[in-house]
Design a protein around this ligand. Structure first.
Ligand code: NDP
Length: 288
């Protein structure tokens, strides 16, 4: 690839396309079967970033015609109280999907919370049941950010089969589930982390390189193979207030064939997939 040849993947547009499709299907579901998909979000405490995410999810629900419910609990809410709220949502017939916005305050066990959610309503795809089904090749709800990345690759008709994919980051919400999704689509996947011995040597092998470390600018141009597809999941706020990814964007553009920007790349896809999971739960289009 020559200078500045990378195609910049427009996550904002793709996210809008997916949401438009969801709105259409929601309308049909309501007309034909009288079902209105319902999504609830539970927020414990007043973390500013979480508040922004929750507001975004609520607006997105409104836009596609979903019912949306929001539960704001104070930061000293007990685990028991939160479990009661989850129990109520598990039984709420108007609600097809819900999530507890993470992180929760430290006195609450994240695992206990996630495991209390009915897996059918776990539209974040974090419940061990959903993780296990992804692992065994018969996924139910897929976690949203990695599924959003797969959607971007597919909508840009980027071939995955047989490709060398390298993921930097092995978290439960991005790196690990994405590993399984790429494997499911026949990529050869390598996963890197802080103990990887020679990171650059591995990333330079990647035909599809995914940076999901949360480390601003850690992927420089010389770590990218010519013509690679570069997916930047990182969202890092610099002291100046600027939002940047894990990849040095300007340099990467000169090496990559496709690249996602930050913001406007992977970020907007997460909510779109959350809505899609909720719609699937409401229409019961999921595998049994
Ligand atoms: P975590 O902190 O949970 O995981 C980061 C991973 O990256 C770890 O596996 C860590 O390795 C690895 N890592 C960190 N630094 C390095 C390094 N220098 N070299 C090699 N590996 C490294 O982060 P998340 O997965 O939750 O998020 C990653 C990024 O993606 C963040 O910037 C986050 O904001 C963003 N994000 C964006 C989303 C979206 O677009 N909607 C959604 C979720 C996350 P180790 O395991 O060894 O510690």
């Amino acid at each position: 690839m020559g200078e500045d040849m990378a195609v910049v993947i427009d996550g904002k547009k793709i996210s809008q396309d997916v949401r438009d499709e969801i709105r259409e299907k929601t309308l049909r579901l309501r007309k034909e079967r009288g079902i209105v998909p319902g999504l609830a979000v539970v927020l414990v405490g007043d973390d500013p970033a979480s508040q922004i995410y929750v507001r975004g999810k609520k607006n997105a629900c409104r836009e596609v015609g979903f019912l949306s419910k929001e539960f704001r609990l104070p930061s000293d809410t007990s685990e028991k109280k939160l479990l009661d709220v989850i129990d109520g949502l598990n039984r709420d017939r108007e609600i097809h999907g819900f999530l507890v916005q993470l992180p929760v305050p430290e006195h609450i066990r994240t695992d206990a919370i996630i495991e209390a959610i009915d897996p059918r309503k776990d539209v974040d795809g974090f419940h061990p049941y959903n993780v296990g089904r992804l692992f065994s090749g018969n996924p139910y709800h897929r976690s949203c950010t990695p599924a959003g990345i797969m959607e971007l690759l597919d909508r840009y008709e980027i071939e995955i089969k047989g490709k060398e994919a390298v993921i930097v980051g092995r978290s439960n919400i991005v790196g690990k589930p994405l590993t399984l999704m790429l494997l499911e689509r026949h990529a050869t996947v390598t996963v890197c982390h802080t103990r990887t011995r020679d990171l650059a040597e591995v990333t330079r092998r990647a035909e599809i390189l995914v940076a999901a470390a949360g480390n601003p600018g850690m992927i420089s141009g010389d770590m990218i193979r010519g013509g690679a597809v570069v997916i930047d999941v990182g969202i890092n706020r610099l002291e100046t207030g600027k939002l940047v990814g894990d990849v040095v964007f300007a340099d990467a553009c000169k090496k990559a064939s496709y690249i996602t920007p930050v913001p406007g790349g992977v970020g907007p896809m997460t909510i779109a997939i959350l809505l899609r999971n909720t719609l699937a739960a409401a229409s019961v289009l999921l595998p049994g």
